[in-house]
Write a protein that binds this ligand. Structure first.
Ligand SMILES: Cc1ncc(COP(=O)(O)O)c(C=O)c1O
Length: 376
């Protein structure tokens, strides 16, 4: 390929109704496209402080250590485990889908002793199973679980699981990648010690950052570790010098300056709507989508009592080809929905209603496209 034949890339995005990324608003893209500032420019430091403050409101926390990690949700996950798990620490991981499995791998790689509390895919983590595991392992240091399991569409009862963990004096690590801004989440009230999220789901920002928050209790454990954090880049003791309090910020890494402009704008947009109103919009639009999907004879895999509004998992009807159907939706209707993941691959579709993608207009588009491709 000669250089002269190469053209600039032009994205022509479909409507994004998969498991993320979700549609990104023009205002967020415009923020991203502003000229780049130096990562220690006082103007940018001011933006960092404001971003932390906005994020605290969305996480519903007063945690000082609330900020974005400069990498996607998986790095936020890794940041929680490599900082909090010391070699030999007993960690209970509740798993009922793909992402709980990744948490387990993180514990093992951090040198912890991982204990799995498993529930079937499509079901909630059972609090009594966690209670039994803690009773059998009272020396457990940390309990970890996923609030909104994107692979199955299940909401785990974060408030109850954290309350049980606290009875045993454990720290809690909670994955809020898909839950943040989509369903109620109260980091301080529920006693979540460490949480990580993603920008590309219900915040409708560009992918590539992971908002995190750490309690004072968690920071205490990190500051008093016997062994250094094995990851240099994700060591919070070092990141604190850049994102921590005060004006004397030291270089740690070159922040993704433009992505943080976009992130800030997406947080402003969520707070302008109101976080509670954002949760309400996700719930109401889910009800509207459910009616449409049921009118097409599609069945949800998850019980209504713990179904996520922002991630709707339906069985693929008998005789319908998964890949061909999704390709037709994309090519003929400009609509992206998600395939099944892990155990659910080829058996379900995952229809996202996240952030800006969560609108009645999008639901109408999705239902009429599905009606056509399913020949209803
Ligand atoms: C629940 C959950 N945790 C973690 C991740 C990983 O996030 P990322 O793909 O941004 O690395 C995802 C991504 O979909 C997720 O849904």
């Amino acid at each position: 390929m000669s250089v002269t034949s190469i053209k600039s890339f032009k994205a022509n995005p479909p409507t994004l109704m998969g498991p993320g990324p979700s549609d990104v608003d023009e205002r967020v893209l415009r923020a991203l496209a502003q000229p780049t500032l130096g990562h220690l420019d006082p103007n940018f430091i001011g933006l960092m402080d404001e971003t932390k403050h906005l994020l605290q409101q969305i996480f519903k926390t007063k945690n000082e250590m609330t900020m974005p990690i400069s990498a996607p949700g998986s790095a936020g996950m890794e940041a929680c485990f490599v900082n909090l798990v010391e070699p030999g620490d007993k960690v209970i991981v509740c798993q009922n889908g793909v992402f709980g499995g990744r948490m387990y791998q993180n514990v093992v790689r951090s040198g912890g002793e991982a204990i799995l509390v498993e529930d079937p895919w499509g079901e909630q983590t059972k609090p009594e199973k966690l209670m039994a595991a803690l009773a059998a392992n009272p020396d457990t240091k940390i309990v970890a679980f996923v609030h909104a399991e994107t692979s199955t569409g299940v909401e785990n009862d974060a408030k109850t699981l954290c309350a049980i963990s606290k009875e045993y004096g454990c720290l809690t690590i909670v994955d809020t990648v898909t839950s943040l801004a989509g369903i109620p989440l109260y980091v301080d009230e529920w006693q979540i010690d460490a949480t990580y999220s993603g920008t590309q789901k219900c915040l409708s920002c560009v992918p590539g950052l992971s908002p995190v928050s750490f309690s004072e209790l968690a920071l205490g454990k990190i500051k008093n570790r016997k062994s250094p954090v094995q990851s240099w880049f994700l060591d919070l003791n070092l990141i604190l010098g850049y994102w921590g309090q005060g004006t004397a910020r030291a270089y740690h890494h070159t922040a993704p300056v433009n992505s943080i402009y976009a992130f800030h704008e997406s947080l402003v947009a969520v707070l302008q709507e109101g976080i509670e109103d954002s949760w309400k919009r996700h719930a109401q639009t889910h009800d509207y989508l459910r009616e449409g999907l049921e009118s097409l004879g599609l069945n949800f895999t998850v019980d209504e009592a713990y179904r996520l509004p922002q991630l709707n998992v339906v069985r693929i009807p008998e005789g319908i080809d998964d890949a061909i159907t999704r390709r037709r939706l994309l090519n003929e209707f400009g609509l992206e929905i998600g395939a099944g993941l892990g155990e659910f691959a080829g058996r379900v579709w995952r229809i996202g209603l996240m952030g800006s993608s969560c609108s009645k207009t999008n639901v109408d588009k999705c239902i009429s496209a599905l009606r056509e491709v399913l020949g209803k």
